[in-house]
Structures are given as structure tokens and as C-alpha cells.
Design a protein around this ligand. Structure first.
Ligand code: ADP
Ligand code: MG
Length: 698
């Protein structure tokens, strides 16, 4: 296969291929579209389409697809072949600019939350030229946005691109104020660290809960969990190493910058981190990474679990969203600069983020809300559901000095006046020690740690980009045209620190006392579940902000509210139904047959010697019998609770009923079954146990 440098990006229609296959004029025009967002004319599109098709066909492709990200959270594709009949009875391979730019999949079955009546089946997909096309199998995949005929976004990419545009627009206004006239574009970048579990396919197949819901709904605690910390960064098992090797190769061919891989804290848990890139590309790449992980795993007889909480009692999986903003000249705006002026600019962008995170805590919480992630947040393995910011001691001291107009010790200057002092270069090591913060400054970027492992990173970045755009807009509105720029700037930074310092927390976010302090003393929001936070998507302040930047229309927000809550409800209903089914058809019968055999054994013993007490057998049978009774009654209660969901007035009410009754009953049913597991002979238990799943890979 050659070396990595030979095959990296070999399945991508990237800049190298464009340069080699397009005329100079077409290339320049496409490049302008990619870099500056200018519109593409049809002539150029035709030329690009032909070059793309020729390249794809030369790589063995026969089909093309508009690859998009509907609100189901996974990617979708509908394949069309390139063939067109030719008059001589044969075919030629054709692909036009029109087909490249736009397609009309029959989209009636994708969730739209009422935006597109099902009879109006057609939505359309539109090419996103900023994300390279690539080949998957025999198909040329063209990254696209997905909209309804009325122009409403039905996907995650459209609002993400809009949010990047909003951020670009407002950030440019700020840069101009600092005299920077040459920058053309500001983009946000993301490096998402992806956690996942690997288990064997053989065991996975024996667990209906894993197959239907992606997580175990039953399972007693194994004798050993993660308490020894011997898995984290541990030696990688040969079978896993072979998986990782092939995964890297596949990702590299797709131009994905897979960089770091290691074992995670929980047994059977691993992580992959790519090198960061532009947000929408990082989003596409992360979706692809998740897909390729699952495919490669299956080639190795393994299953890759991307669920946030596949196993109770051991750490779940998250996704760290490392986020920064940079100019087209390569300047990271979250990097402290070398000159006083650069530092003032850095502090302003830093403040914009602090203000954004504080003002829109709810939107950030909402952006990571799923039924799966509710298991993680606040469970002492992931940040709490309370959003706060970690800055580190050094930066914190700088902000305090500015706030109180007192000298900042570190800078050896008398007063921390912007535009006068030079901030020290931050040492990355001093800022990155706190792993418990949901939103941590790590030297030149922020790490948003609340995302669930299966989440698309689009949602979090839409909210982040737009909320920061809003802060920047408020700043620019205030500063543009002001006479004494430096004083106004200083005052504004000072005011931001005063108004928003309650969101800054440098302590241990896993500590129970923090939640008390955060909610009672600081007034921070604590939305523990998806059902709690989701209604706030439609709060006036949020709708106003998101619509004013053109990122969502009000109708789009309403539809997203519906879809996300529907998703929450459906997920838990499927889990509950799976539990009832497994309890009734697998677990209870297994316990019964074991209890019956034990009873038989006791009877046999007694027939040999009537003086035998058989107290062991009697005890086990009694306990198991009580447990099967409990399991049966809990399963019935759960079924009744599920039926009563039909009475819910709307999706909001249904989600509250699920939160308040269904989840509790699922927990109770599980406790009974898990207890029975510890009393039942392993040979009778109808599925692999936690010990098998977590430690059983050969
Ligand atoms: P860890 O968080 O495990 O210590 P790193 O901080 O080294 O790991 O890297 C985490 C991720 O942050 C990587 O994907 C990396 O590419 C990304 N990253 C580094 N710099 C930036 C940046 N300026 N903007 C966005 N992401 C970045
Ligand atoms: Mg990290």
C-alpha cells in the first residue's frame, strides 16, 4: 500500500486533485468559493463535476451520492449511478454541474418536526464546496446541506455553516477595530476527541439490549471494574491494535487526520483524536470516523459501541470538542499575543467566549442533550449538567487584576491596563490540569467536554459559534465609532468580567458541593435531563439571538425542539420495551429453570436421605422466587406506564412522564434482574455478563 504520505487522502477530491484536474480558471473560481464563500456559476460547476466524475471513475466508482446529515443524527445517502445510455446501446459515465450542486432525494421519511408535511415529500440537498468530496466503496460522496422546499434547514450542516458565517461576520468587525484590514475570513476550528468501546461481535449478538439500544439495560457489577486504573493508556491488545491500524489507514485514505489513539479509563474503552480542522469539515470527518469505526470493527469480528453509557458502573464515552477561532492568515484569536495590542484583542475574544457561555448556558446544555448523554453528565465521570468555565490560575489572576484595577503580579508592571502591559505567554501545562470542567481554556483553545460520544458535533458548535458571534456583535456595536477606543475597550472588558465571573470555576467540577454552590450561590443553571433543558430552546432570549444571526428561523427551532424531544422519548420507549421483553422472555425463564433444577436437586437429595435439610437450596429458591415475582410485577408496571404515555398532551408532557415514571421503573426492574443474576448459576444466564463483555475479548 506504500507509505502513509503516499495514500493519505487518496480517496478525496482534495486541493491536490483539483489543481491537477481543473483548468487554472476553474480552479481559481472554485477556490474563491471555498475560501470566501462566493457563489459558483454553472459553467464552473459543470467543469468541476466532470473532473470529479473522471477522477472517481478512475478510482473504481460507479455511483455518486449527495451525502447529508439529517436530524436523525447519522448520515444519509441515496446512490445514483453515473451511467447514461448512449445511442449505440452502451452507456457513458456522466455527471453534470446541476447534479453536483443540487439533488432531490425523496425525503419524506426524514424527521422534519412538522416543517415539511409528508405529502410534500421533496426536500433538496445542496453541495457544500467547502468540504471535499470523497469515495466510499464504489460511490462518490458529495457533502451536502439538506433543506425543505420552503428553504428550511432539515439537517445539521446548514445551521452550522450559517453559524460559522455569523461568527466570521462579527469577528471581522472586531478585527477591523484593531486595525486589521487584511484578514478576509475568520473560521472556527475543532478537534473532536472520540471515545468508544470495543466488544466482540459474538457477545454483542447475544444481547438484545445492545442490538436494539446500543447499551446494556441489565448486568450485575463485575468483580472487577475500572478501580485499578490499569486500562488507561495501558498496553493495547493485539486484536484492538489490529483494529486501530486498519481504522487509521481507512481514515487517512479519507483525508482524516487521525492522530492519537489510546486506551481509556474503562475496560474495553478507547479514544481516537484527529488533528483539528475547520468546524464543518471536522463535523463531516467525525461523522465519517464514527461510521468507519463501526465498519472496521465488524471486519475484525468486533462491535464498536458509540453509546454514551454502554455499561452502568464504569465510565461512559464522551467527545471533547476542542474549539478555537482563527483568521485566514493563520492567527489563532484565542492565543495570547506578543504585543500589548494583540493581548487586548485576545482578551476581548476571551471575554466574548466567557460572556457567550454564561448568557447561553442553556443552549450549550441543550446542544449536548440526548437520552444517552443524560446518563453521563454529573455521574462523576463527565462534567456535571451545570455549565462553567475553567480558566486556570494565571489567566484568572489577569482577569481579576483587570476587574479591580489592581497590579497583576505576573507581568511585573504596576497596573493591568490594556494596551499597556504585555501578558505573559501562557504555559499550556498550567492551564490544562482540570479535567472536571465542562468548558476549559487550554492555552489557545477551549475544550467543551459535555458532548456525548454519539452526538454529532454540529449542534454544540452551532450554539458556540452563534453565542460568541452575539457577544462580538454587542462589543462591535459598542466600540465602532467610539472616540477613545482604548478606554471603551478597557471598560467593556472590565464589565464583562464583573458581569460574568460567576461562570468561572477553577475547582473540582465533580464535587457535590460545587453543584450546591453553582446553583444556590451563583445562580447557574442545572438542567439534569433532556426533558428539563429542551423547552428552553424556545425561550424568547434564545429564539431572538439565534434568529437575529440568521442561524435558525423560529420555525426551524420549533421543529428541532420537537425532533429532539421525540428522539429522547422514542429512545427511552425502545429501551423500556426491550427491557420488558428481555425480562419476560429471557431473564425470568432462566431464573425459573435454575430454581426448578435446584428444587429438583433438593428433592432428589431428600429422597436419598430425608434427614437432609437442603437449606441452601431452599434459600436460593425462595430468593429467586421472590425476585421473579418482583420482576414480573415491575415489568407489568413498566408496560402500564408505557401505555399511559398515549395520554400525554404533547411531546413536552410525554418527556416529563418518561423522566418521572418510566426511567424510575426501568431502574427498579433492572435492580431485580441484576440481583437475580448474582444468584443464578452462570450456565443458566441467557446472555454474556459484564465480566464477559468488558474483559472477555480474546
Ligand atoms: P488532550 O486534550 O487529550 O490533552 P490535546 O489537547 O493535545 O489532547 O488535543 C486535543 C485536540 O485538540 C486535538 O484534536 C488537537 O488537534 C486539538 N487542538 C489543538 N489545537 C487546537 C486549536 N487551536 N483549535 C482547535 N483544536 C485544537
Ligand atoms: Mg482533551
Amino acid at each position: 500500500m506504500g507509505t502513509v504520505t503516499d495514500y493519505f487522502g487518496s480517496l478525496v477530491f482534495d486541493d491536490r486533485v483539483m489543481k491537477a484536474t481543473l483548468s487554472a480558471k476553474v480552479y481559481a473560481s472554485l477556490k474563491k468559493t471555498i475560501d470566501e464563500g462566493t457563489e459558483l456559476d454553472i459553467g464552473v460547476a459543470n467543469a468541476v463535476a466532470t473532473a470529479m466524475k473522471d477522477w472517481a471513475v478512475s478510482k473504481g466508482a460507479t455511483h455518486y451520492t449527495h451525502w447529508f446529515q439529517p436530524l436523525t443524527g447519522i448520515t444519509a445517502e441515496k446512490h445514483d449511478s453515473f451511467i447514461t445510455p448512449s445511442p449505440d446501446g452502451g452507456v457513458i459515465m456522466e455527471f453534470s454541474g446541476k447534479e453536483l450542486i443540487k439533488s432531490e432525494p425523496d425525503a419524506s421519511s426524514f424527521p422534519s418536526g412538522g416543517l415539511r408535511a409528508t405529502f410534500e415529500a421533496r426536500g433538496y440537498t445542496a453541495w457544500d464546496p467547502t468540504s471535499y468530496a470523497f469515495i466510499k466503496g464504489k460511490t462518490l460522496c458529495i457533502p451536502t446541506a439538506f433543506c425543505s422546499y420552503g428553504g428550511h434547514a432539515l439537517d445539521k450542516k446548514t445551521p452550522l455553516l450559517r453559524s460559522m458565517e455569523a461568527l466570521n461576520k462579527q469577528a471581522l468587525r472586531i478585527l477591523r477595530l484593531f486595525g486589521n484590514d487584511s484578514v478576509k475570513r475568520v473560521t472556527s476550528s475543532v478537534g473532536p476527541e472520540q471515545e468508544y468501546f470495543l466488544i466482540t461481535k459474538e457477545m454483542y449478538d447475544q444481547r438484545p439490549d445492545l442490538r436494539f439500544t446500543g447499551r446494556t439495560l441489565f448486568g450485575a457489577k463485575p468483580p472487577k471494574g475500572q478501580e485499578m486504573d490499569d486500562h488507561y493508556f495501558g498496553v493495547i491488545k493485539p486484536r484492538v491494535a489490529a483494529f486501530m491500524e486498519e481504522l487509521n489507514d481507512e481514515l487517512w485514505k479519507l483525508g482524516i487526520l487521525a492522530k492519537t489513539e489510546h486506551n481509556e479509563v474503562a475496560p474495553a474503552q478507547h479514544e481516537l483524536a484527529p488533528i483539528y480542522t475547520t468546524t464543518n469539515i471536522a463535523t463531516d470527518h467525525n461523522q465519517l470516523t464514527m461510521e468507519v469505526m463501526q465498519k472496521v470493527a465488524s471486519r475484525h469480528g468486533l462491535v464498536c459501541l458509540l453509546h454514551e453509557k454502554p455499561f452502568a458502573g464504569v465510565n461512559g464515552s464522551g467527545k471533547h470538542n476542542n474549539w478555537s477561532i482563527a483568521t485566514d492568515a493563520g492567527q489563532n484569536l484565542l492565543s495570547p499575543g506578543a504585543t500589548p495590542y494583540e493581548n487586548a484583542q485576545f482578551l476581548l475574544f476571551l471575554c466574548a467566549v466567557i460572556k457567550a457561555v454564561d448568557d447561553y448556558q442553556d443552549l450549550l446544555r441543550i446542544s449536548v442533550a440526548t437520552a444517552g448523554n443524560d446518563h453521563r453528565l454529573g455521574a462523576n465521570e463527565a462534567p456535571p449538567a451545570v455549565v462553567s468555565i475553567f480558566l486556570g490560575d494565571e489567566l484568572n489572576a489577569v482577569l481579576e487584576a483587570i476587574e479591580t484595577d489592581t497590579p497583576y503580579k505576573g507581568a511585573e508592571k504596576t497596573q493591568m491596563k490594556l494596551g499597556v502591559d504585555v501578558l505573559p505567554k501562557f504555559n499550556r501545562d498550567t492551564t490544562d490540569r482540570n479535567r472536571t470542567s465542562p468548558f476549559a481554556f487550554t492555552g489557545n483553545k477551549f475544550e467543551f467536554r459535555m458532548l456525548g460520544s454519539s452526538n454529532s458535533i454540529a449542534c454544540a458548535n452551532i450554539m458556540l459559534n452563534t453565542a460568541v458571534a452575539e457577544s462580538l456583535k454587542i462589543y462591535a456595536d459598542r466600540l465602532e465609532g467610539v472616540e477613545d477606543f482604548e478606554t471603551a475597550l478597557h471598560e467593556m472588558i472590565q464589565k464583562t468580567i464583573k458581569d460574568h465571573k460567576h461562570i468561572i470555576f477553577n475547582g473540582n467540577g465533580y464535587d457535590e458541593s460545587w453543584i450546591k454552590e453553582a446553583t444556590e450561590k451563583r445562580g447557574l443553571l442545572n438542567y439534569r435531563t433532556t426533558a428539563d433543558c429542551m423547552p428552553h430552546l424556545l425561550d424568547k432570549k434564545n429564539v431572538d439571538m439565534l434568529t437575529s444571526h440568521g442561524v435558525f428561523t423560529e420555525a426551524e427551532l420549533k421543529s428541532r425542539y420537537e425532533i429532539m424531544l421525540e428522539n429522547y422519548c422514542k429512545t427511552i420507549i425502545i429501551e423500556a420495551n426491550t427491557m420488558v421483553d428481555m425480562a419476560k422472555t429471557q431473564i425470568a425463564p432462566a431464573i425459573e429453570s435454575y430454581a426448578a433444577d435446584i428444587a429438583k436437586a433438593a428433592a432428589a437429595k431428600k429422597s436419598l436421605d430425608s434427614a437432609l435439610t437442603c437449606s441452601y437450596e431452599t434459600g436460593v429458591v425462595r430468593k429467586l422466587s421472590a425476585l421473579t415475582d418482583r420482576i414480573a410485577s415491575k415489568a407489568e408496571e413498566l408496560e402500564t406506564a408505557l401505555i399511559s404515555l398515549c395520554d400525554a398532551e404533547d411531546i413536552g408532557a410525554e418527556s416529563i412522564m418518561i423522566r418521572d415514571t418510566v426511567l424510575g421503573l426501568m431502574g427498579e426492574l433492572r435492580v431485580a434482574c441484576d440481583e437475580a443474576e448474582t444468584l443464578t448459576a452462570k450456565t443458566y444466564w441467557p446472555m454474556p455478563t459484564y465480566a464477559d463483555l468488558l474483559f472477555g475479548m480474546k
